[in-house]
Design a protein. Sequence first.
Length: 308
Amino acid sequence: MMQRPIRLASLLAMLCGVSHGQVYTYDISYVGIASQHDASPPVAADYYYFSASAGCFSDDDHSFVSVWVPDSISPLDLNLVQPGRWATTYGQYADRSQLLAEFPEGEYLFDFGEGNQPFAFGSINRGPSLFSPQPPGFIDGTFNACQAIDTTQDLTLRLTTFTPSPGATTSSTLVVAFSLPEFQQVFIVFGPSSLSQVTVPAGSLPPDKQVLFYLGHFNRSDLPPENGPTRSIGFDYYTLIYGDTLPAGGTPCPADFNQDGGIDGADVDAFYAAWEAGEDSADVNQDGGIDGSDVDTFFVAWENGGCD
């Protein structure tokens, strides 16, 4: 296998211990992206990619940032994406094994070109994969609930949990929502790997909008700082679902309780399951309580075949 060439500056850095200048962090990540199209959580990602990033205190501290992949013959150049922040993503692999083969275990060398600060050098030694067995998912009626969201009510998102991978120093869950098409972040929560439920408070989501929900499961290896900068290796899964909020003043029709577009026995089953569990969605008359009047309201609409 072809050996990786080493730049003279990199060699000098290793021999002479060149400082990191104004570099405060750098990392590499392996990422899987999945889409959930119905109530069943995904079992595999749609695609995978590799990313690398670095942070400097100023965008002119260094003239370039690049990373050498083990056994590569040329580096991957990072782009200046915001002041002081360099990043790149590479590849779109249908299979996780392809990603891990293209970016294997071994030493990843970072070059920080001379700018206002002197040339700097750093490295990350990547060990075995820390990916969870499968992507996260939205469960227990969450997908259907997101198809017609009443923004005046709390929205409960129920999530799969995961077991931290052996060797991970940090494992966490991320839930974030964006309003489309402007892609404005309207909700975010970080939690542990055991996070199984999140409440989006009433008023958090804008009415009459499409909303994109991201659910992330992260396994990270946080390495000891190298002469100052922090370093990490991430193995991250994201699952995406699209939802829609109702217009201001609008309420979902209780007859189509499971929001599948039809009014049938499945709606009765879904309503009774929610009603017996005391879930917020069972308050179909929106009087703040879950009781017999909700049953009456549901069946009036269901027997009429709708709410018109």
